[in-house]
Ligand binder design. Sequence first.
Ligand code: SAH
Length: 247
Amino acid sequence: MRLGKVYLVGAGPGDPGLLTVRGLELLRRAQVIVFDRLVNPVLLEEVSSGALRIFAGKQAGRHCIAQSEINQVLIDHARLGYEVVRLKGGDPFVFGRGGEEVEALADVGIPFEIVPGVSSAMAVPAYAGIPLTHRKYSSSFAVVTGHKAQQERATIEWAKVAAAVDTLVVLMGLKNLAQITDELLSHGVAPETSIAVVSRGTTKDQETIVGTIADIVDKAAGIESPAVIVIGRVVELQQRLNWFALG
Ligand code: SAH
């Protein structure tokens, strides 16, 4: 039997308009679609009614399907000859485990293609009016995970990261916000450093909280995930550049 193919497609961070043209084309012709929790359900309306839909959502600490099972689902359906779209929030290769999925496919000789997506790391700050670089305030940025389980595996050296770049973007960091700010403070980052927490970015529920390293934990209490954290002087531009709230 002819092998199918797996397309790893980035769905963007929420706003359906941020799906790429290539992603939309593949979504419309997919025979099988395997999607994540962070994918906007509106995008699934583009999938043909005859396609098989498989939810592979994961929630922090609570795994619906193990990664190895997701890999197997992709492999099995491609072996049946199907065109499989693996739709992931944001970009598949930015904290999306896309690398692991294509490794599994490559190991067994399943053809695949990567369709990059608009990552929340860039789009969410943008919708909140925060440029990651700016000629006056920032000539570098880094994107790191604030997820504890991942920190245990490969400890983020917060002091070094914070010293190395002008703008720091933290994904999966909301739960550990207090720990992250403590870490930064204890390594000499100034307490008045600007920080923003942008929740449910690029959706109608987007919410931005701006503060300093010293007061953000109190200010952001009760804010919903998913959220992107941005640290650095560019955050100061937020109030002037926040077009999204203006509608
Ligand atoms: N591959 C994704 C990231 C997956 S990790 C991407 O490129 O965007 C999941 C983290 O992404 C969340 O914990 C949060 O930090 C961030 N995130 C994803 N969508 C978001 C959104 N709409 N608003 C705010 N943060 C978001």
